[in-house]
Design a protein around this ligand. Structure first.
Ligand SMILES: Cc1ncc(COP(=O)(O)O)c(C=O)c1O
Length: 383
């Protein structure tokens, strides 16, 4: 008896491959996107406290009320937009689950879903598992801005959903108010939903702002905003995410969430809710990461021949080597891991057809000393 794969083309993820290679060659792992430093001990103390206090049974499926209220307050403080904690906010097992549930809620067999490339690797497979057809639209090769003509050109009566990611992984591009308004304008009269993946919502640089899609009233009514505390609180392993969406959309979202995860870790939800009594925990995150981005980018500029524009947000920096070599990006990433002992992700990983634009992605969510060591190793890299 053979099992017929629903994802026949899917192999081991590049993140797993590069992380294994980094371990094997004792390389600094700037490949996978997770913080290389511990979270605040106060947060782990709170988690231990809520476990010891006995909060160890199922949480309500939609999440504990106090955490949903915190998220509502956070959205209001950041964007001046109110979501009702009772009916419009749902806690999930990471943003990954929120994205999958939102996709499942709207995508039916044959529906088309627009994904802008390069794209986070979970979107396409989640669409396909639901019988949908991903339609890929490339972002600008140089600055990763949106090609509106191309995007509008692929919209048709089968288009059900557009997936947005801002701040963007891998490029660090941050959507501007104009981008948000433009999207609203082109879909305002169409039955098209939006998912906005905003997991890096609190990491933006150079005094730029994260302009959430919720701020546009047209999009507020059509969008599942998906996010996560993993990146914000340096706890990617906790997998506590959330989805904000209008009541009718949340209702459908919750129906599906209850059969995919039902609920997510109770004591961790309490710990996060208590920790967020202090808004500075997320309001100061951009400054925290700006220091790391600056150290990394100044080092890249001074000691390596890569070309790049500093990321506007997220904790990734992409660099181009098109002017230096024709080597394919996977081979170069492997070579840098083995020889320079610095691991990164080849950007082809973020394209369905593996377009090789000679770009690498580095994660700078690491200790500053480690970033400096990575730069000194990359400065000897051979071209
Ligand atoms: C753009 C983007 N979306 C979603 C996720 C997944 O978030 P979570 O770990 O909360 O599931 C990631 C993690 O790297 C990401 O980069």
């Amino acid at each position: 008896m053979s099992l017929i794969s629903k994802l026949p083309a899917q192999g081991t993820s590049i993140f797993t491959i590069m992380t294994h290679l980094a371990e094997e060659h004792n390389a600094i792992n700037l490949a996978q996107g997770f913080p290389g430093f511990p979270c605040d001990p106060h947060l782990t103390d709170l988690a231990a406290h809520y476990i010891k206090e006995g909060n160890n049974q199922y949480a309500p499926s939609i999440g504990i009320p106090v955490l949903r209220k915190r998220i509502s307050q956070m959205a209001e403080l950041m964007h001046g937009v109110f979501y009702k904690p009772e009916t419009e906010i749902t806690i999930t097992s990471g943003a990954t689950e929120a994205l999958y549930v939102a996709i499942t809620a709207v995508v039916k067999t044959g529906d088309e879903v627009i994904i802008m490339e390069p794209a986070y690797d979970a979107y396409g497979p989640s669409v396909r598992l639901n019988g949908g057809v991903p339609v890929y639209v490339p972002l600008d090769e140089n600055d990763f801005s949106i090609d509106w003509d191309r995007l509008e050109g692929v919209i048709n009566e089968k288009t059900t959903l557009i997936i947005v990611n801002t701040p963007h992984n891998p490029s660090g591009y941050v959507w501007k108010k104009d981008d948000v308004d433009h999207l609203a304008k082109i879909i305002s009269d169409k039955p098209i939903f939006v998912i906005s993946d905003e997991v890096y919502e609190h990491i933006v640089f150079d005094k730029k702002e994260h302009y959430s899609l919720m701020r546009n009233p047209i999009l507020r009514d059509k969008t599942f905003i998906c996010s996560s505390f993993g990146k914000t609180l340096h706890v990617t392993g906790w997998k506590i995410g959330y989805c904000l969406a209008p009541e009718k959309m949340s209702k459908e979202f919750r129906k599906i969430h209850q059969y995919i995860a039902f609920s997510t870790a109770t004591p961790l939800q309490y710990a996060i809710a208590a920790y967020l009594d202090d808004d500075s925990k997320y309001l100061e995150l951009s400054a925290f990461y700006q220091k790391k981005r600056d150290i990394f980018c100044e080092g890249l500029k001074a000691y390596t021949p890569f070309k790049f524009t500093p990321a506007e947000g997220s904790f990734f920096q992409t660099v181009s080597y098109r002017h230096l070599s024709t080597e394919n990006d996977f081979d170069l990433a492997v070579r840098l891991t083995k020889k320079a002992k610095v691991a990164c992700i080849p950007n082809t990983a973020f394209y369905k057809d593996k377009s090789d634009l000679k770009v690498l992605r580095f994660c700078f969510a690491k200790d500053e000393a480690e970033l400096e060591l990575a730069i000194s190793r990359l400065s000897y890299a051979v071209f």
